[in-house]
Design a protein around this ligand. Structure first.
Ligand SMILES: [Zn+2]
Length: 91
């Protein structure tokens, strides 16, 4: 028995309450950290975890990111969680 959300539920949470910017096509999250980055918070194994929202969404849509991979956004807006704006690069 677990209180943890599935990855899909985490991604849905990350996508809740977003606003579409019709000019840029960005999906703007209202849940930002102190640096202005879109984040998602959830319970996992009794602890509150916070993760960058675009990384959680990418994991559900495609696969987990490898340690040497960086997920950027073509729009360069750190509030954006629009998957079409995700750009994977190797560091
Ligand atoms: Zn964007």
């Amino acid at each position: 028995m677990s209180d943890s959300l599935t990855d899909r539920e985490i991604a849905l949470r990350a996508l809740s309450g977003v606003t579409r910017d019709n000019k840029t096509g960005c999906l703007i999250s209202s849940k930002l950290d102190r640096k202005g980055r879109a984040t998602v918070r959830y319970q996992a194994h009794g602890h509150t975890k916070r993760e960058l929202a675009h990384r959680a969404i990418y994991r559900v849509l495609y696969r987990p990111l490898a340690a040497n991979e960086e997920l950027r956004r073509t729009c360069r807006d750190t509030r954006c969680v629009e998957p079409a704006h995700f750009a994977l690069s190797t560091v």
